[in-house]
Design a protein around this ligand. Structure first.
Ligand SMILES: Nc1ncnc2c1ncn2[C@@H]1O[C@H](COP(=O)(O)OP(=O)(O)OP(=O)(O)O)[C@@H](O)[C@H]1O
Length: 760
């Protein structure tokens, strides 16, 4: 029995919300030595300037001010460097190892250029300076304060440097939007060969074969067992369930029929509920499946195709568009299919990108995303009144950046720094300006997260969630396209249709004997008519609902569906953009004038099945490429971490994991308040408490996928207050990273052996 680690009562079971914490500094210093400065044409150190002092400015300096401090260093031949990340990023002036390190603590400026006098918090101190303006909306020091400090300590008059701003070479890095507002596009055309630079043609030529590779890998994985092997072999691999019995056919999932199947082994009557558990399998909600007679090969048309809606220990429910006329009264089997639709859509998007996409609404955006033109911003800062009054400064800057952007803005931040929160504000603000927004993410869960939070932020927003109802979280069903359609003028008729269909389906289930054949046919014919009528009404209403929506939310793959074909948007927002392969983003991007991408490429990379495709670049994301291409010229970094108890966050920071895959936890009898999923399923989400099962236990001490550090980082950082690991510490501590993780939990939490519980 594995031993168990549980949380420390004092540290990890604190009541109430953990305090926002500045993201811990992890970046290596980027020091510029005086010699290098001289070599770059910078002035030599003036003998009058003290060479034994280093000023360490607080992290509250703006990016522009940091850039000017660097420029001052260059001009007067003083060493200068920046260290730390996000809110903890600070700049120093003067040589490292100077006799005196002066850590400056500046009162917040009044934003008007005057402000209080400068101050040193401590002399000769090496302690890290806490963020002075985190989370409260206070502004950083004024230029006047910085000029005075530099004058005081080095005798340098830097007022000219501050008036001139950063030198041209630093403009892109320093010009977060406020600076960019001085004149629209500032970054200059990206140089050929610059990191992240690629032509549209080259990109398409490179990525198409990788998509084929990926599709082949997925098809091979999904179909191999089904097509080449026997149904039993597919079942043994968990890709099929054999010998099932239909117990219920229920109309109601917004036009679909829910078929509930149980294990036929018990041999109870047709209408009986099976209590025999299903054999072990790998089918899960959202999977595309085929229904066939249990006996027989995998060729030929299936009885039905559908989407797994719900999985229980003893039953599986599938949402199908069409209930088959007959053949449901025999033992059945369910097979998991490869999802080829995704690839067709990706290819279609790339074809469009290579052709008319470049000439349409998104043409200028395509230019910027491929480095042919620089990102542009409005000439003056956008005026906006935050809907969410609690946004911190970095979030406000990110929203401003997104609103000011004419083509692209990137919102970057480690886990729990409020990227989605900022995205929600951006969407609300864009809607308030009368813009139409397409809000996307790679996964259904992430889109549902957006929907839920948008609904909470602005209940009046006309928002539609497009996607198969079986794939949506129950809490967002009211916002689904189908639900909206049903609420439209056609709803009464559609509801009547559904009611009749339900009654007919119930009747149908009772018509099992041979003599009922004619009646069965008649009922099915009636059902088809009703379904047709309901769909006709819905189709008319779909256009109306989508046309009237201020925000349409869907997955990146969902964008490719027919219903959205002709729609265009002012803004396309992609949340969790670092979890999407680049081709997946293009269908969405081509529908808008401007793109706002939020993500963190240090969290999980997108899932790519083919190792070769991943190695050849398919797992490199657009978000990452744009960070390389435009960097700070188009991006804002979020700096305050809100989600995690500080012990959890510190582990994440210290171990630099801001990761590992955990096995899916098998659901048993669970209350509705307990959710069980893979780590990937929780990406972008959070829970009060997370229990992670590390599953591996073997004498060889092989940890398998647990060695994927980025996934483990995601797992641990989903927890707001409490995180527990259940592990065979003998096995997992053979891996150095997991050993550090267990040691961290032991040091900061509580460690208990399963043996202790057995003895009790
Ligand atoms: N300014 C804020 N003040 C208070 N709480 C905030 C603020 N911003 C975000 N939060 C809270 O912090 C938590 C994490 O926010 P959010 O989900 O937006 O982060 P994220 O960066 O998208 O996370 P991840 O990348 O891990 O998915 C949420 O509970 C959110 O409500």
């Amino acid at each position: 029995m594995p031993s168990a680690a549980k949380s420390k009562k004092a540290a990890l079971k604190k009541a109430g919300r953990s305090k926002p914490a500045a993201v811990a500094p992890v970046d290596a210093a980027a020091a510029v030595a005086p010699a290098a400065a001289a070599a770059n044409g910078a002035g030599r150190p003036d003998p009058q300037i003290p060479a034994d002092i280093q000023l360490r400015f607080p992290p509250s300096l703006s990016a522009r001010q940091r850039a000017v401090v660097h420029a001052v260093g260059e001009r007067w031949g003083l060493a200068h460097s920046s260290s730390g990340e996000g809110e903890a990023r600070y700049v120093t002036l003067g040589p490292a190892g100077a006799a005196q390190t002066i850590e400056l603590s500046l009162p917040a400026g009044d934003g008007g250029g005057g402000g209080d006098g400068p101050g040193d918090s401590s002399s000769s101190s090496n302690a890290a300076n806490g963020a002075s303006n985190s989370g409260g909306g206070s502004s950083g020091p004024t230029d006047a304060q910085l000029i005075a400090l530099i004058q005081q300590h080095f005798g340098i008059d830097a007022s000219d440097a501050f008036a001139a701003g950063p030198p041209p070479g630093k403009a892109a890095a320093a010009s977060r939007p406020p600076a960019a507002w001085q004149g629209g596009s500032k970054a200059g055309k990206a140089k050929p060969g610059a990191k992240g630079m690629i032509s549209v043609e080259e990109f398409i030529a490179r990525v198409l074969p990788l998509l084929d590779m990926e599709r082949d890998a997925e098809v091979a994985q999904a179909e191999e067992a089904l097509a080449a092997g026997s149904p039993e072999r597919a079942a043994a691999k968990g890709r099929a369930l054999l010998n099932l019995r239909l117990t219920d056919a229920e109309g109601g999932l917004l036009g679909r029929t829910l078929l509930t199947l149980v294990n036929n082994k018990a041999g109870a009557g047709v209408a009986g509920g099976g209590s025999e558990p299903l054999p072990p399998h790998k089918l899960s909600p959202h999977d595309i499946v085929r229904l066939r007679p249990s006996k027989g090969d995998a060729s030929g048309p299936p009885l039905a195709e559908g989407v797994v809606y719900r999985v229980r220990d003893s039953a599986i429910t599938v949402a199908v568009d069409e209930v088959p006329d007959e053949g449901l009264d025999v033992p059945l089997r369910l097979e998991k299919m490869a999802n080829q639709v995704t690839y067709q859509r990706l290819r279609a998007a790339l074809a469009s990108l290579g052709g008319e996409g470049q000439r349409g609404l998104a043409g200028p955006l395509v230019d910027v995303l491929f480095g042919r033109r620089s990102p542009a911003f409005t000439p003056s800062p956008p005026a906006w009144q935050p809907l969410n009054g609690g946004l911190d400064e970095s979030q406000q800057r990110a929203v401003s950046l997104a609103l000011a952007a004419r083509d692209v803005a990137l919102i970057h931040g480690p886990p729990g720094t409020g990227k989605t929160t900022a995205v929600i504000e951006v969407i609300c603000q864009e809607v308030a300006r009368g813009n139409r927004v397409l809000a996307c993410a790679a996964s259904n869960v992430a889109v549902d997260n957006l929907v839920e939070r948008l609904a909470a932020a602005d209940g009046k927003m006309r928002m539609v969630r497009v996607g198969h109802p079986a794939r949506l979280l129950p809490q967002v069903l009211d916002n689904s396209l189908e639900a909206r359609v049903l609420q439209s003028d056609n709803s009464a008729l559609a509801k009547d249709c559904r009611k009749e269909m339900k009654a007919l389906n119930t009747r149908l289930l009772k018509l099992v004997s041979r003599k009922d054949r004619d009646e069965r046919r008649a009922v099915r014919s009636e059902l088809r008519q009703l379904a047709k009528e309901e769909r006709k009404r819905q189709e008319k209403a779909v256009e109306e609902v989508l046309g009237g929506a201020q925000v349409v939310c869907t997955t990146l793959t969902g964008v490719g569906q027919r219903q959205l074909e002709r729609l265009q948007f002012d803004v396309v927002v992609i949340d969790e953009a670092a979890q999407a392969v680049e081709p997946a983003c293009w269908a969405a991007l081509l529908k808008g004038r401007k793109a706002v991408l939020a993500g963190d490429h240090l969290q999980l990379p997108p899932t790519v099945i083919s190792d070769e495709a991943a190695r050849s670049g398919l797992s490199r994301t657009l978000f990452e490429r744009l960070q390389d291409l435009w960097g700070e010229a188009a991006s804002e970094m979020l700096t305050v971490q809100y989600r995690m108890n500080s012990s959890i966050m510190d582990w994440s920071s210290q171990a630099r994991m801001h990761v590992a895959r955990l096995r899916e936890l098998r659901p048993e009898a669970l209350s509705s308040r307990l959710e069980i999923s893979t780590v990937d399923g929780f990406q972008g989400r959070e829970k009060e408490a997370i229990v992670i099962s590390m599953v591996r236990s073997n004498a060889q001490k092989q940890v398998g996928f647990l060695a994927d550090e980025r996934r483990m980082n995601v797992a641990v950082t989903r927890a707001r207050r409490h995180c527990a690991l259940v592990a065979d510490s003998d096995t997992v501590t053979a891996h150095p990273f997991l050993q550090r993780l267990i040691a961290y939990f032991e040091a900061h939490g509580e460690y208990a052996s399963a043996g202790e519980y057995v003895q009790q």
